[in-house]
Design a protein around this ligand. Structure first.
Ligand SMILES: [Zn+2]
Length: 463
């Protein structure tokens, strides 16, 4: 499989460090508020990459962090109030309860979208010790310095590769990033915090060699990714807005601490836009999973909607396109039920479509092309229904649309119903249409739609 590596700005073959086993790290949610569809599109990218690699027969270990500290404050202002504290006051819950509540909510939303669980979800609050160790290592190796307030900063001039991921040079960082945290004790305005002294209003704080404080946000991903995936990680994913400073800083921290390259391929998901604006909590421009359900849509159809756009591109969310996607996914499920059962052997036309589908997926997850191939399969007059079923069922391992749902419910018909369809086929074969019609009515009275197909009578629950 080839993926676009944001670091080298080139398509690269994924060649796992350990043969046959891909290690992937995904920047996870910040858990003091709900995830919206834009966040979830980013998590879905990691899910799709993992499904695509497994489709090729590779094993994938995926770790996703839960940010429950360290990214909660407007870091540009020393008096800023912890957002966790605000959420706590609003909702009358403790920090642990807030984190628990929103972690469960994001897991539910992800599951509704067919995003399969990661192998591990380390929490930042449970890895402060590892973050302190990493910070100590960076101080020892001359990449970080302690200021008298008890904060520790990364010295970006100590890491020659700083800026490679985002394309920022130190000069334009000085010029263009005045919003970077300001602390007069920093050596360079672009230096970033690894550890911050706890100020007033700071709820979550820990003891450290530098006094009471809390970790910077970026350091959690370096510490937890290397703890669980080792010092050589195949793929790292996240939203495009994390490229700078979060991932740039992560590279500087991880590589500064171990002295060699850590992540091979960086993959970034484009923004989701709503009515032309980036979906973001700050603009009040948010759609959540439950709104899809409230409008009678299957949340899995959001997957099909995202497949129309390359993952790196910005994508516009519109309710009418979402409705189209919902109709299309439900239609494909009905077609699957009509096509069942799966053929055991594929003819040349089916094999050709299969090769093209696999090629599209392996080509930097080209899902718009995969969608065209699914539509071609659906309309093909050459590929048999059984072949269509077999192919789409296999492709659904990547698509994750639960396309066999309706076929399975049809094939789960009761022995009574099965006996009636068999009896009806026998009556039709004997040209006993009175009996055949009587059985049809009987099946209809059981709430079933009765279809005459080339393979005989088929039934499915009426919509
Ligand atoms: Zn991260």
């Amino acid at each position: 499989m080839r993926l676009y590596n944001s670091l080298t700005r080139a398509l690269e073959e994924v060649v796992p460090v350990e043969t046959g086993h891909v290690r992937m790290y995904t920047c996870g949610p910040t858990v003091y508020r709900h995830a919206h569809l834009g966040n979830l599109r980013t998590f879905m990218l990691a899910d799709l990459i993992r499904r695509a690699l497994e489709f090729e027969g590779l094993r994938v270990t995926q770790v996703m962090n839960i940010t429950d500290v360290g990214h909660m404050t407007d870091e540009s202002s020393p008096e800023a109030i912890d957002k966790m504290l605000l959420a706590m006051e609003d909702e009358g819950l403790s920090p642990t309860e807030i984190a628990q509540k929103y972690t469960e909510a994001v897991f539910d939303d992800a599951a509704a979208l067919g995003i399969r669980p990661a192998d591990r979800y380390p929490k930042a609050t449970e890895h402060v010790g590892e973050m302190i160790e990493l910070t100590e290592a960076l101080v020892e190796r001359g990449h970080a310095y302690v200021v008298d307030s008890g904060s520790v900063y990364y010295d970006v001039t100590s890491f020659p590769g700083y800026g490679a991921l985002s394309g920022n040079t130190l000069d334009n960082l000085r010029e263009g990033h005045r919003d970077l945290e300001t602390d007069s004790r920093k050596r360079n305005p672009a230096d970033f915090a690894l550890w911050k002294a706890a100020g007033p209003g700071r709820l979550m704080k820990w003891d450290s060699p530098w006094g009471e404080g809390f970790p910077g946000w970026h350091v959690e991903c370096s510490a937890m990714s290397m703890k669980y995936l080792g010092e050589r990680i195949d793929i790292h994913t996240g939203g495009t807005d994390l490229r700078f400073p979060h991932h740039e800083d992560e590279i500087a921290q991880s590589e500064g601490a171990v002295g060699h390259k850590v992540v091979n391929v960086w993959v970034h998901a484009g923004h989701l836009r709503l009515a032309g604006q980036k979906i973001a909590k700050s603009t009040g421009n948010v759609v959540r999973v439950h709104e899809l359900e409230e409008r009678g849509m299957d949340p899995l159809a959001f997957r099909w909607l995202t497949f129309q756009t390359r993952y790196r591109s910005e994508m516009d969310f519109a309710w009418d396109s979402m409705e189209d996607a919902d109709r299309r996914v439900k239609q494909l499920r009905r077609h699957m039920a009509e096509w069942a059962p799966a053929a055991e052997v594929l003819g040349p036309a089916a094999r050709d479509l299969d090769a093209r589908f696999r090629g599209a997926v392996a080509s930097d997850l080209d899902l718009p092309t995969a969608v065209v191939i699914v539509n071609e399969l659906d309309h093909s007059a050459v590929v048999t229904p059984g072949e269509k079923y077999a192919l789409l069922a296999a492709w659904d391992q990547v698509l994750g649309l639960d396309l066999e749902r309706e076929a399975h419910s049809v094939w789960a018909i009761s022995p009574d119903m099965q006996a009636l369809t068999t009896e009806r086929d026998a009556a039709r074969a004997a040209k006993d249409y009175a009996t055949s019609d009587r059985i049809r009515d009987e099946l209809a009275a059981m709430g079933l739609e009765v279809m005459d197909t080339a393979e005989g009578t088929k039934v499915r629950p009426r919509d």
